[in-house]
Design a protein around this ligand. Sequence first.
Ligand code: NAD
Length: 359
Amino acid sequence: MTYKITVIEGDGIGPEITRQAVSVLQKAAGLCGFSVKITKALLGGEAIDQTENPLPEETIEICKASDAVFLGAVGGPKWDGLPGNMRPEAGLLKLRSSLELFANLRPAVAYPALRAASPLKDELLKDGLDLLVVRELTGGIYFGERGRRHVNGEEAAFDTEEYLESEIRRVSKVAFELAEKRSGRLCSVDKANVLESSRLWRETVTALSKEYPEVLLSHMYVDNAAMQLIRNPGQFDVIVTNNMFGDILSDESAIITGSLGMLPSASLGGTQLGLYEPVHGSAPDIAGKDMANPIAAILSVAMMLKYSLGEPAAAGMIEKAVEHALLSGARTPDIAKAGEAASGTREMGERIVKELDLA
Ligand code: NAD
C-alpha cells in the first residue's frame, strides 16, 4: 500500500520540524509494511515569495489529489505588512475551507515525564490526562455577518453567531464517533442559558445522541467548562463545541500539557482527506537555530496515520516512541528544566526514530 501525502513545510521553524516528522513517518511506514509518496506544495510566506499568492491554485489541486496533507507552520514578520487577504495565514484559512475541513481535533495529553512542565498541581494530573477537544471550524461567529454602524451618534460594532442544524450535526457526528472509540463519554459545551444559537446546538446534539446509545452525553455551559478544565481536567474525555468556544477551550486544555511544542492537531471533513499540523505557529524567534520541539509535528503524523490513513498500529508506535524518548530524558529547550541539558530539533527527531527501531 502506498499513501499519497502532500507535505507543506511552510515558514520559520516549519521546514525543520517537518523534516523530523517526515523521517518518523517514513520509518514507521517501513516498520509497518506500507509506503508513502510525498509531494511538496507551497503555502504561506514561501508561496507569496515564489508566486505572489499565499495559496496557489496548484496547492489546492495537489492537496485534493492526496490521501492526507501535512503542514509545518506558516507566517512571519517578513509578511506582516501585507494586506489581510494576502497574508500567509489567509492562505491557511482558505486551504481549510477549500478542503471543507469542518472539524478540528486537538488532543491534550499530559506525559508523566513532563509533569513538571504543567502549570497544574501534581495531584490534578496524578491519574494522567488524555482529552480531546473537537472544535467546529468553518462556521459560527468567525464567519458570520459583521460590521460597524452608528447607534445614537456613537460607533458600534457587531459580529453574528449563526449555525445551521446541518453544521452542528456533522461536527457532532465526528465527536460521537470518536467518543465511541474512546471512553464513551462526550461533553457538549455551549451557552444555551443565554444564546439562541447554543439552544439549537444543544437540541441538535441531544437529538443526534439517540443514534449513539453507547455514548454518555453531557452538556456544560462554557463558563463552567473553562473552570472545570482547571479544577478537574480528568473528568473530560471528548469535548465538542462551536468555533469560538473551541478556540478558547482548546488553548486552555493545551497549556495543561506544558508546552505548545507538544501539541498536534487534525482538521477533518466529510472524506478521508485531513490536514495535520502542529498547533503552534512558525516561531520566528527560534527559526533556523535547531531549537524547535518537533514533537507536535511528529504527533500530528500519528494523528494522520490514525484518522486519514487507517494505520492505527503505526500511529500507536509513534506515540509510544515519543513517550519512551521523553522517559529516557530527551528534552528540547522548551520542555527542559532550568539548567537541564537540551537536545536540538534534529537530535530529538533522531531519538524518536531510534525508539521506533527498538519497538
Ligand atoms: P508561535 O506559536 O509561532 O510562537 C509562540 C511561542 O512559542 C514562541 O516563543 C515560540 O518560540 C514558541 N514555540 C512555538 N512552537 C514551538 C516549538 N515547536 N518548539 C519550541 N518553542 C515553540 O506563535 P506566534 O509567535 O504568535 O506567531 C508566529 C507566527 O506564526 C505568526 O506569523 C503567526 O501568524 C503564525 N502562526 C501560524 C500558525 C499556523 O501556521 N498554523 C499558527 C499560529 C501562528
